[in-house]
Design a binder for this molecule. Structure first.
Ligand code: SAH
Length: 208
């Protein structure tokens, strides 16, 4: 899978290394194991999906470019919204110093906890709750990444982004088309840019 990604989507070597080190098949149901190294999104229960590896790689690569601009070799303190099955949280642990990942569906929070426990990722904190509020106790974050698509970037995420930090999130634009939005926070304020079209599950408020 990593060799195919490397050929099709050149990206940061550390991102490819992280993808090579986390066994994706351990994060999906037994019936889907044979598909787990294909470049496809897969159902993880509760109507949610684990993102396509190429999209995960792309988002992590954009965050790493932000880290390079800060002249750090890692993502620093990371906030992930949408833990899902926990796969991307595990990847973030090899690229960041501390990772907080929030999930609003109890069943998925439990599933991710089970998947991640054997990996003993001491720098990871899983939180059950509404990620639209971010997670103030560990803010500010150098890197924020959302795995679910909202109609705008929630104000709490912007407030919890460190100066020098970078956020990447899918956002619904005009015509209901989703696109990746990147926000950089500088001393002067926030700089927003829009990247390619994507397809993510919706960002929902509250927890269930
Ligand atoms: N990164 C995940 C992708 C999961 S799909 C993985 O590797 O598996 C996106 C997830 O975002 C879903 O589990 C969904 O429940 C969650 N989500 C949607 N809105 C949310 C919110 N407001 N707070 C936290 N999680 C949310």
């Amino acid at each position: 899978m990593v060799e195919r990604l490397r050929a099709a989507h050149p990206c940061d070597a550390r991102v490819l290394q992280a993808l090579a080190s986390v066994p994706r098949h351990r994060f999906v149901d037994a019936a889907l194991v044979t598909q787990s190294y294909e470049d496809t999104s897969l159902p993880i229960g509760h109507g949610q999906t684990i993102s396509k590896p190429s999209v995960v790689a792309r988002m992590l690569d954009v965050l790493m470019q932000g880290a390079n601009a800060r002249r750090t070799a890692h993502l620093g303190r990371v906030l992930e919204i949408g833990t899902g099955c926990g796969y991307q949280a595990a990847l973030l642990c090899s690229l960041g110093r501390q990772v907080v990942s929030i999930e609003r569906i109890r069943g998925l929070y439990d599933k991710a906890s089970t998947h991640l426990a054997p990996l003993r990722l001491h720098q990871l904190r899983l939180v059950y709750g509404d990620g639209m509020l971010g997670h103030a106790p560990n803010a500010p974050y150098d890197s924020i990444i959302a795995a679910a698509c909202g109609t705008e970037v929630p104000p709490h995420w912007l407030a919890q982004l460190a100066v020098g930090g970078r956020l990447i999130a899918p956002v619904v634009g005009k015509g209901k088309q989703q696109a990746l939005v990147v926000v950089d926070r500088t001393e002067a304020g926030y700089q927003r840019s829009e990247r390619e079209a994507v397809q993510f599950v919706p960002l929902k408020s509250g927890s269930v």
